[in-house]
Design a protein around this ligand. Structure first.
Ligand SMILES: Nc1ncnc2c1ncn2[C@@H]1O[C@H](COP(=O)(O)OP(=O)(O)OP(=O)(O)O)[C@@H](O)[C@H]1O
Ligand SMILES: O=C(O)[C@H](O)COP(=O)(O)O
Length: 418
């Protein structure tokens, strides 16, 4: 045991082949955070849920009983929901009963966990219902949190398979490995080894297509890419494009300014400007598809925007597609527009189609863009890596050490004490 270790940035992390997780009660951190339709509350994509079936089956076949723990959304957002629907989908794909426990660390959840029999599986509710989970803190601090102290004594081991959340230093990701024997699961192992194989910093040109709504994360990612000169071009869409348009001095009109203000994004303009001044190869849309008062949809040039920005315009689609066509490596995360609305899917659809047709290798991440693939069955896996990660994927590619992986490294070195 302890022979096969995956090395990431000089971290040594045990896989399931290195630990004796047989007939044990295990806590398994997965990331089944999925895009949610803001109108109906339904899940728009279940690829993250499907991705965990092999890890779960393997652990159950080894006679373990397992408790799954995951987050979904962030407080205040429309996708901050319970994991009830996720449990139904896990049931469907596993073909047997996953018990959904509508609690995270209270007496009900702990009693359920204590009384589990071998081969049983439980999904706890959204771990972000516990406010401590949202604190970004070092592993040693999270090891002392209520969440970790209440749950860890019930388990004999911890598996972290949440690659997509590994850029967060949150309790369920970094606290448990300090107290329990730990390993990565198969999803994390597959991601890390596949990305190491396909991401060659020497490939040229490398085009990153970054959109979506997590602007602060995207900014951090772009800062890293620019600092390490990893990107030849960064094509922006979504809210991150609006931020860079402002940083370039464009007037996006009163309504978009109000939206950005409400999301607290205006204060990020100086950071975006610094990236531009340092020579960051950032491209912004030359036109946008906007929704005008009364619901009329038109395309407007970026320097004459008056409606609410909802997608990139058709000239931008053409320009971005030509960059993508010539790329050797394309990394794509976050949609170009508000794809939940059928009328604003064209930008993301066109960019994705072009990336799939290009000769370059495509790495695609983030729940929303993946939902546009419509099932990965037809994707040519020798040319495309579909990642379960979004922000984590990009930070990993940009060479950042991810806290959850670091915690597993510390855990393996301290294993002797456990
Ligand atoms: N111009 C825009 N204005 C407002 N919202 C936008 C705009 N463009 C995209 N979005 C929103 O961005 C959201 C997706 O962004 P997000 O950053 O969550 O992407 P993601 O790749 O799914 O991320 P992850 O999987 O890492 O959570 C969608 O809900 C979409 O409506
Ligand atoms: O979708 C993601 O990128 C992960 O699930 C992490 O979610 P977060 O950005 O809300 O921490």
């Amino acid at each position: 045991m302890g022979i096969l270790l995956i090395k990431i940035n000089n971290l040594q992390i045990p896989t399931l082949d290195d630990v004796d997780f047989v007939g044990k009660k295990l806590l398994v951190r997965i990331d089944i955070n999925s895009p949610v339709d803001p109108k109906t509350g339904e899940l728009l994509d279940d690829s993250r849920i499907k991705a965990y079936i092999p890890t779960i089956k393997e652990l159950l076949e080894k006679g373990n009983s397992i408790v799954l723990i995951s987050h979904q959304g962030r407080p205040g957002d429309s996708d901050f929901i319970s994991l009830n629907e996720h449990a139904n989908l896990l049931n469907k794909y596993l073909g047997f009963n996953v018990e959904f426990v509508e609690d995270v660390m209270g007496p009900y959840a702990r009693e359920k966990i204590k009384n589990m029999n071998k081969g049983e599986i439980i999904l706890l509710d959204n771990v972000r219902f516990v406010s401590e989970e949202l604190i970004e803190a070092p592993p040693s601090q999270h090891a002392k949190s209520y969440l970790v102290r209440r749950l860890y004594p019930l388990f004999e081991g911890y598996v972290n398979d949440a690659f997509a959340a590994s850029h967060r230093s949150q309790a369920s990701l970094v606290g448990f490995p300090m107290l329990l024997k730990s390993s990565v699961g198969r999803v994390m192992e597959r991601e890390v080894s596949a990305l190491a194989k396909v991401f060659n910093p020497e490939d040229f040109p490398k085009v990153f297509v970054l959109g979506g709504g997590k602007v602060l994360d995207s900014l951090r990612i772009i800062e890293n890419l620019v600092k390490r000169r990893l990107a030849d071009r960064i094509l922006t869409g979504g809210l991150i494009a609006e931020l860079f348009a402002l940083a370039k001095g464009l007037d996006l009109g009163r309504e978009n300014m109000q939206i950005l203000e409400k999301k607290g994004l205006i204060s990020l303009v100086p950071r975006a400007r610094r990236i531009l001044l340092s020579g960051g190869p950032i491209e912004i849309p030359v036109d946008f598809k906007v929704e005008k008062e009364g619901g009329k949809i038109v395309e407007e040039p970026s320097n004459k925007v008056s409606g609410i920005i909802k997608d990139i315009g058709s000239t931008t689609m053409e320009i971005y597609s030509s960059f993508i066509k010539d790329a050797k490596l394309i990394v794509m995360r976050g949609p170009m527009g508000v794809i939940e609305d059928e009328r604003f899917r064209d930008g993301s659809k066109k960019i994705l189609e072009n990336a799939l047709e290009s000769q370059g290798y495509l790495i695609i991440g983030g729940g929303h863009m993946i939902s546009m693939l419509g099932g990965t069955a037809e994707v040519n896996s020798s040319k495309v890596h579909v990642s379960t990660g979004g922000g984590a994927l990009l930070l990993f590619l940009a060479g950042e050490t991810l806290p959850a992986l670091e915690a597993l490294d510390i855990s393996s070195k301290e294993a002797i004490k456990k």
